[in-house]
Design a protein around this ligand. Structure first.
Ligand SMILES: Nc1ncnc2c1ncn2[C@@H]1O[C@H](COP(=O)(O)OP(=O)(O)OP(=O)(O)O)[C@@H](O)[C@H]1O
Ligand SMILES: [Mg+2]
Length: 348
């Protein structure tokens, strides 16, 4: 007499090709029985009745059952899975966050922040990421500027949907292997405006951190949304930021906006690792002379005020503009960034 257990075991060899698990485990085998004449029968419940894989699964089930001693023939009926079972099934195959958390090993998270927009946060983020790669570090960039993403363009990455794996979102890779997550690589094209409000922005930021397959990273740089806005605050609260790099310019009001940022950092108990005075001067390619176009530097003063040990002055460099416009950010090398990279990012 053939028992149900032997038949069930045989059916465990049949996989649902879409879900990657066997049909018994997925609860797709119902009313399995066999009569004295050796005629086996069961109902194969499918998530959708028109499931394109059903013939394949039925054929494999038949083959598997016919291997069981005593089974002479097999009859399979199809049925639609009830909603509760389907729901349960999808829960078992959707990404399990604990698994992803084990997969992700991000050693250091550094936020690049500024008191106001347009001072060069994204530029500095990209320069630091490029330098990290040159120093053979595994590096990722999380573009937390959800509504004004600019990181992918600087690295020449196309928009148009990142592949979703069963475990989570896969980051895009730049030429030198920097992993990038940004709303821009998720959207169908670069010109699609992101008009999300608070809750959606928070959701996106959380997803970028929690549901992305970052893998092992020595450093994750976070390009912050401009200023000390709500969105910036959300990033600081949702991500385990180890430290902040403040970007400023020598303009007159810079001091005030930096104070705001310093205040925010203090409130959130996150150390400021370093200060970057961007567009600090222009180095003339013709005579090598330096011109302080936006006025005298406040870098040292501001660093003292913020209580930061490391600071650098980054010049206005036409090379930066050209390379960044061409999507070749990782080719831009600035000696100022190179020489102080470790102090700034790792506080060494
Ligand atoms: N050191 C530099 N030399 C030359 N151009 C620069 C430099 N830093 C920034 N820029 C240019 O200034 C513009 C603004 O820079 P960027 O986009 O990095 O600022 P941001 O702070 O990220 O702005 P937002 O607040 O809008 O996100 C860009 O066109 C960039 O190419
Ligand atoms: Mg930016």
């Amino acid at each position: 007499m053939t028992d149900n257990k032997a038949m069930m075991d045989a059916l465990r060899q049949v996989m649902d090709p879409e879900l990657g698990k066997n049909i018994v485990e997925l609860g797709m085998v119902q009313d399995l029985k066999i009569n004295k004449a050796g005629e086996a029968a069961f109902t194969l419940t499918l998530t959708v009745l028109g499931c394109p894989m059903r013939e394949q699964m039925a054929e494999q089930s038949q083959k598997a059952l016919l291997q069981v001693p005593g089974v002479k023939s097999v009859k399979i009926e199809f049925a639609r899975m009830d909603d509760a079972t389907r729901q349960k099934l999808f829960e078992t195959v959707t990404p399990q966050l604990p698994a992803l958390k084990e997969f992700n090993k991000v050693k250091r998270v550094v936020a690049v922040m500024s008191g106001k927009g347009g001072v060069g946060k994204s530029t500095v983020t990209a320069l630091l990421a490029g330098e990290a790669r040159r120093q053979c570090l595994k590096v990722g960039v999380l573009d937390a500027d959800i509504t004004g993403p600019s990181i992918p363009r600087l690295f020449g990455l196309p928009s148009g949907g990142l592949p979703q794996s069963e475990m989570g979102i896969l980051p895009a890779y730049t030429e030198s292997g920097i992993k990038i997550i940004s709303t821009n690589v998720l959207l169908p094209d670069e010109d699609t405006p992101v008009i999300w409000r608070g809750p959606l922005i928070t959701r996106a930021i959380t997803q970028f951190w929690e549901e992305t397959l970052w893998g092992e990273l020595d450093l994750l740089l976070v390009d912050m949304p401009p200023g000390t806005s709500d969105a910036a605050l959300t990033v600081m609260q949702k991500l385990p930021i180890d430290g902040i790099i403040l970007v400023t310019t020598p303009q007159a009001l810079a001091g005030m906006v930096v104070r705001k940022a310093v205040h925010l950092a203090k409130e959130l108990k996150t150390p400021i690792l370093g200060l970057v005075e961007n567009m600090s001067y222009f180095r003339c390619p013709d005579n090598g002379k330096e011109y302080e176009i936006f006025g005298p530097s406040h870098a040292k003063q501001t660093a003292d005020m913020a209580g930061v040990a490391s600071w650098i002055r980054v010049p206005i460099d036409p090379q930066v503009n050209q390379l960044f416009d061409a999507g070749k950010a990782e080719e831009a090398r600035l000696p100022e960034i190179q020489s102080k990279f470790r102090q700034l990012v790792f506080a060494e």
